[in-house]
Design a protein around this ligand. Sequence first.
Ligand code: PMV
Length: 313
Amino acid sequence: DNVEAGAGYAKIILLGEHSVVYGKHAIAAPIPLTIRADVQRQESGTTLFIPRWGVETELHPPTTADNALHKSMDLILQRLGVRDEPMRVEVYPHVPRAVGLGASAALAVAVIRGVAEAFDIELDDARVNELAYECEQIAHGTPSGIDNTLATYGRPILFRKGELPSSAPAIREVHPARPIPVVIGLSGVRTLTAQTVGRVRAAWQAHPERYEPIFDQIDQLALAGVDALEQGDIATLGELMNIDQGLLNALQVSCWEVEELVQIARENGALGAKLTGGGGGGAVIAVAEADRTEGIAIAMRRAGYDTFITEIR
Ligand code: PMV
């Protein structure tokens, strides 16, 4: 496959976020938003430059030692054996940050590939994925590995947590029978996945008997979703997503803006709508027949939300 030298993919989770942390299945797909990293060797200093996010900083010595971004960058350079090499890392994200589209993993993958290219280091995708997983651990604590896997491979997959990083996660590619139109609505509420994952974990620890049946139900939805996708059955996929949204709400990871976006989507012809990613804000995805996507996006924009229309292939 033609993976670009310094690129990492953004993703949506169609079904299965949160329960995937507990070993259940999830379906994720790339969206055509990438993060690109361009790495140039230089005379002195190690500079990280992300113009769109207002980041321009020296990596050595780290200015904010506890910053997750710095720590991830340092880990990448250390693991690739180029920590003492002066370089300028320029990152161009086409993915908004902290909206549940996997920007942190896409950034890690882009930088890993960019550094490898600049220093002629041979890395296969499995190694890229492993290293990005280590970066995700810095950002999220106990990530399932779904974000880095998608950011690395950039193909729709059925995912289940493996014994990372030593062995590969259990993945199976999913091949949609036809392109699935998707409208993405951004709630504008920034969230940290670590927070919502932590909240679900605390609730589960206090009452596993209340939460495990929810994880099991979500697992069933994700497995049924594979068939729906491979049959090109958007109506069934939409119904599964609607049920999943109800269960994510039961896990208390929804919020007012997410619910509004979901309702707007459904009222304007979406066959299904739900939050995607960590929740608590972030992004909403809606599936619909192609002739309805524009109307859904317009209605979301009228209500004050940023949107874009994409498709899963
Ligand atoms: O918010 P994102 O895009 O990082 O997605 C997180 C998905 C979760 O299932 C909530 C967490 C995980 O590690 O899988």
